[in-house]
Design a protein. Structure first.
Lengths: 251, 339, 228, 339, 228
């Protein structure tokens, strides 16, 4: 039997179809079969902690660093990024269009416009919480206007659409959402472009101390392959609706 | 007298098997009708039709001149049936008897009436009212079911084997309760039973059912097959002690023939007779008194067959009839009818 | 395994520290499951009775359809209900999406076939003599329904308890129709799903234990009632 | 003769109510024992103990000298019980009768044996074997249940009201089948029935049960309460026609008393007697022939009470006894025993 | 509403175009649900019989516990099974995580209480006379079990069909234990969850319809069997 690598990853890489696109190339190049389970970032990290997978592909840099410090992860390799955007209804009731991210959040809070948060401690959610902190505000919780869905990105966008509220999403998922709405989505991008909105994806290999039985060699091969020229080019060429979803940035 | 029931051209089928075949039957108000007949003859089926729980496959049943539908108000509050196997609801005896009253929203003096109903079937209120349905013996359950019908003071009371597995004392009580219902409330009764003695002590008229057909003249004597052909067109029934009966022509495919009581004569000894007669020896097995008709009914066994004949007290004395005695029955072959 | 132990400890903590978000979820669960059980029993008992008591053409087919409805995936029900009550759906104006009412509607659809199917089977097993006895005592159609259902109450209770277990533990409808919105439509099960997704397995187990405790409390009261 | 059953100091309770109280009872191999007694006296309970379906609350039952447990091999394949309410499995008549054979893995000539069993209860194999359990009349079901027991050719056959709701012809058939079982297979029989005539025509010994106690001397005559006190220590039982019976001392709290047949004498007219006697008028209601004992059993009604007495054919002729006739019963007060 | 229509169309497309990933998921679902139903019936029938037939001390309590087990959330079962079969769990060496076998174990735990509870209730409703009749015909303990279960087969079938519906539609266990790995442990329900998560509602509905069709096929065969 050929070698099989078990990976845990976040839903965004799977839902966008990126992995379905990359896996055959990986198998062709290395002879390794890639299997993955797509879950929330938290659960993905947990599966690494319990050694039920061999490698991780996630996007929550602070949590990843802590993970390595705690001795669960060994090495972290940045492979690609996309960016986060604030989206909202076309009529933009709080008038945040074009504002800086800090100002936009402040305005939303001041006007008590509905803001839909994933509230699931995912990479995206962690980033959002950071943004509220950066804007100098306490993290909202029980406020009426602050809706925490505890669901995936697309579901959260759908809630925002139904509620006519704002939300923060990664651009990939937004493009997917747009495509589902036939290109004319009720929610549009209102705030983007800030450096702080970068969404970095990394491959994490596991500590061989914690997980002696994990397939470290294969994991390193995967990590190397993802950072390699071939994969980076493939990522660059991956498009949905003609739009690029991820920008490779392996060093 | 007014008719409570009129049945016209009733045919009833279970899976294409005809089980009832009644062209005409009238049951008068206040009468007590006894249903007699072998197992499977259709007694229970007839009672089920009379309470409109089933509709006859063909024909009409008029209740007080009207064709009623199942669940019609006229039937529900007036007619009640004691089923052959008594079935008690999974509750106490008290609640079982109270059920019919509750349905009628009749809250008047309930406890006393239940007490009365129980005493009519010989059960003590204090001992039995609080018992659960399964804490009863077979006969007790039967009597509780009977009490649950009596408490309703129905206009029509249909009883299917009310005294099977009931002890003698209680059978007597049930008879009295039944007669009283008839007197006090003018209840019309139809009673199916195999206990002929009991049934005859209570009913005014008896209907004999055989293979779903009724013979309203009282108990006839039935000769059941198998038959063998004899002398070309005649048939014979062999008895196991070597005797045999000759039956008339026309019995092809028939399963039974009938001979009326009045056509049978009794002798102490065999006589010389011509060809047209059957003569055979039987033994009196039992005798009982029909109070209503002041006559004595005697059961006479002819091997596998059994005949019932009626006698006046004088006849009994004169012929010195008593159970265990052998007698000779004589009847004309032509008097026998195929059924 | 550590997570299980941690979960048990955590369950006590959550319950006794009066953790507000937990209690809100428990309350939402209780509300919504009670409501959907009442509705599904209200509709399921008579339907089950009719299906079990009467013989009619096509009954067998109806039973097959009903049995198939036992296998309606919750997500599917969620999707269909969503389609009806979303802003663009025909019932969008009632604002049922992301509300407990919406979840209750979906859960009623979930529980109804269970209640109906088990009621029908139980009623079918009733002795024909029982029906004849009721008729012979003068029972009308309503009396028969009521008495029949009462006579087989334990069977029906078993059906209801099964349906309750299903309703209490379903995630698909609550997630899809309710939206798992914190402080509003988050139920214990959607909270479990969330915690599990976060990798907080101990929390998931703790919430699971809380849900089971809730079910236990309900079943204990039923069993006490039953004994009387 | 060897004992099949020996019962020692049996006490059986249902919810603290004592329903059986048998100090000593032996049932011999090959005997036919009739159980007689009013409803609720404990007949069915006794039969359930004899098949070890229930264990007595106190006391021991020896089956062939050994105390057996429920489900013991020795009982399972040898003893079979016909329950009071016949219960058929939800299958065809054929499968119902075959069930017991299947259990025993007895595949020998099954169809023929089932045919024989059915014919023993008067049912036609072709017509009845393929019927479903619910497509039978009450009596037919009873007879199918009986056939299911007969087909097993058991060592011990316990019958609880085998002829309740069975027609006369079939009762006769069942009697013959029973007697044949006893003869051919040496089957031991215990039969509970309210049909005394039938029971007496079949059983060698009769055990009378009353309130759970047995009186093994045959049918005694029972006088049931309520009683009133009389003359200080004596009691009286009032009959509804104004007559009354005087009972001896010691009846406090008792519900019934007993008078043996042999202590009752019969007269045509009342005589002058001293104080120590009861003398009262009764009516003969029925008479039947006890084949086994060559004597006649007469049922005499005293209003609510009924007595059974035995006569020789000569006595009957001499006294010109016949159903419907009034006679005088005389017996000593001191011969009455409290139960 | 459009999604529902689109879903129906899509369902036919998926089924008749022989879409490989769909068929793989259907196969996985069939395998795993058959396996777990066999196991839970095998264990549940005898347990249910014992619980329904015999009277013993603490029976009522056991019933309450069993009824509570009807309300085991699938995610919870998933978590607990995970804890046992994960690499660090006591059964880690059997490599059951992310396998169909693992899912089947979890689903057996899910279905077992349903089969047992309904069997017990059905057996409890059996006429005491029935038992006495069997004894009187010489039935041993095994005969009684077999005949009793056969006599109440429709009740048991109803329980099994209910359990089957539960197993067929559950997501929590398949997701947690199976991992929803494409070509391997993806079942129809986890596929529905995935599609729904992606916002592909029409796909979700299409897969739902496929699952219901599967259930319908099974129930139809059962009902044909039943009629015989
Ligand atoms: N549900 C049924 N389906 C088919 N046949 C039936 C059904 N019930 C009764 N029968 C048949 O119909 C006939 C009449 O039955 P019914 O119960 O009326 O007889 P019966 O006179 O009451 O007999 P019994 O003295 O045994 O009570 C019998 O041949 C019986 O086998
Ligand atoms: N399951 C039970 N629970 C409580 N009491 C019972 C139960 N079964 C019978 N009994 C009572 O036990 C006594 C004896 O009942 P049993 O059935 O043995 O009477 P039986 O002699 O067979 O009467 P029958 O002639 O009516 O059949 C009765 O008083 C009855 O009420
Ligand atoms: Mg009948
Ligand atoms: Mg009895």
């Amino acid at each position: 039997a050929s070698d099989t690598l078990m990976m845990a990853t976040t839903t965004s890489t799977d839902n966008t179809g990126l992995l379905d696109y990359l896996a055959p190339h990986f198998e062709k190049d290395t002879g390794i079969k890639l299997k993955w389970t797509a879950t929330g970032t938290g659960k993905a990290l947990k599966l690494g902690e319990t050694c039920d997978v061999d490698v991780l592909l996630v996007h929550a840099p602070p949590a990843e660093k802590k993970y390595i410090e705690k001795g669960f992860g060994k090495a972290r390799r940045e492979v690609m990024y996309n960016d986060f955007v604030i989206i909202g209804p076309k009529n933009d009731p709080a008038a945040v269009k074009g504002q800086s991210i800090q100002d936009a959040l402040k305005t939303i809070k001041d006007k008590q416009s509905a803001f839909i948060s994933r509230g699931d401690d995912s990479g995206t959610n962690k980033k959002e919480k950071l943004l509220w902190k950066n804007a100098g505000m306490q993290l909202p919780d029980k406020e009426e206007w602050y809706v925490q869905t505890g669901q995936g990105m697309l579901s959260t966008i759908n809630v925002a659409q139904e509620r006519g509220g704002y939300t923060m999403t990664d651009r990939g998922t937004y493009i997917k959402y747009q495509s589902q709405k036939g290109g004319d989505a009720p929610l549009i991008v209102l705030v983007d472009g800030d450096a702080v909105l970068l969404n970095q994806y990394s491959v994490l290999t596991l500590s061989d101390k914690n997980c002696a039985k994990a397939q470290h060699e294969l994991a390193i091969k995967f990590s190397d392959w993802m950072a390699g020229e071939n994969a980076q080019n493939l990522i660059k060429d991956f498009r949905l609706l003609g739009k690029r979803l991820f920008i490779p940035n392996a060093k | 007298m007014t008719a409570v029931y009129q049945l016209k051209n009733i045919r009833h089928f279970y899976n294409d098997r005809k089980v009832l075949n009644i062209d005409d039957l009238t049951i008068e108000k206040g009468s007590i009708t006894g249903l007699v007949g072998p197992n499977g003859s259709g007694k229970s089926t007839l009672l089920k039709l009379l309470i409109f729980a089933e509709r006859p496959s063909l024909g009409e049943i008029y209740f007080r001149g009207k064709i009623e539908l199942p669940f019609s108000k006229a039937i529900r509050s007036k007619v009640t049936l004691l089923t052959q196997k008594p079935y008690l609801l999974k509750r106490t005896v008290y609640d079982n008897i109270a059920y019919g009253l509750n349905i009628r929203k009749d809250k008047n003096d309930v406890i006393r009436r239940i007490k009365t109903a129980l005493s009519k079937v010989g059960l003590d209120f204090e001992r039995f009212a609080p018992r659960k349905w399964h804490e009863l013996s077979g006969g007790e359950a039967q009597r509780v079911a009977m009490a649950a019908r009596l408490v309703l003071e129905p206009d029509v009371l249909l009883l299917d084997e009310p005294v099977a597995s009931v002890d003698m004392e209680s059978a007597k009580l049930i008879r009295n309760a039944t007669l009283k219902a008839c007197e006090e409330w003018g209840t019309t009764l139809v009673i199916a039973s195999h206990d002929l003695q009991w049934l005859f002590s209570i009913s005014d008229t008896q209907i004999f059912i055989f293979n779903g057909k009724i013979f309203p003249t009282g108990v006839e004597n039935i000769i059941t097959g198998p038959f063998e052909t004899h002398n070309g067109n005649q048939f014979i029934k062999k008895l196991s002690d070597g005797q045999f009966l000759v039956l008339p022509e026309g019995g092809k495919g028939k399963t039974a023939a009938l001979i009326k009581k009045k056509n049978i004569s009794i002798d102490q000894d065999k006589k010389q007779l011509n060809n047209g007669f059957n003569q055979c020896e039987g033994t009196i097995t039992s005798m009982f008194f029909e109070k209503k008709k002041e006559r004595i009914s005697a059961n006479i066994g002819l091997n596998d067959l059994s005949f019932t004949l009626n006698f006046s007290p004088d006849q009994i004395s004169r012929l010195d009839l008593q159970p265990g005695k052998k007698i000779i029955l004589t009847f004309k072959i032509d008097h026998m009818e195929w059924m | 395994m550590d997570d299980i132990v941690a979960g048990i400890v955590k369950a006590f903590e959550l319950l006794f520290s009066g953790d507000e978000s937990t209690w809100t979820a428990v309350l939402a669960t209780v509300k919504v499951s009670t409501c959907s059980m009442l509705l599904s029993i209200g509709a399921g008992l008579p339907c089950g009775f009719l299906l079990g008591y009467y013989e009619f053409r096509g009954k067998q087919h109806l039973r097959t359809v009903l049995d198939t409805m036992l296998a309606l995936p919750t997500v599917f029900i969620g999707l269909v209900v969503f389609a009806f009550i979303s802003n663009q759906g025909p019932l969008g104006d009632f604002k049922l999406l992301f509300s407990l009412t919406g979840i209750a509607i979906g859960q009623t659809i979930l529980a109804f076939p269970i209640v109906t199917a088990i009621t029908a089977t139980t009623i079918e097993a009733v002795d024909p003599l029982f029906k004849l006895t009721l008729v012979s005592l003068g029972a009308g159609k309503r009396n028969i329904i009521a008495t029949c259902l009462w006579e087989v109450r334990y069977g029906i209770l078993a059906g209801a308890v099964t349906a309750y277990g299903r309703v209490l533990t379903e995630v698909g409808i609550s997630m899809m129709v309710g939206g798992n919105i914190k402080w509003h439509t988050r139920t214990v099960t959607t909270a479990i799903a969330l915690e599990t997704g976060k990798g907080e397995f101990a929390n998931g187990i703790a919430l699971g234990i809380i849900l089971i405790t809730l079910a236990f409390a309900v079943n204990l009261s039923l069993s006490l009632l039953r004994r009387q």
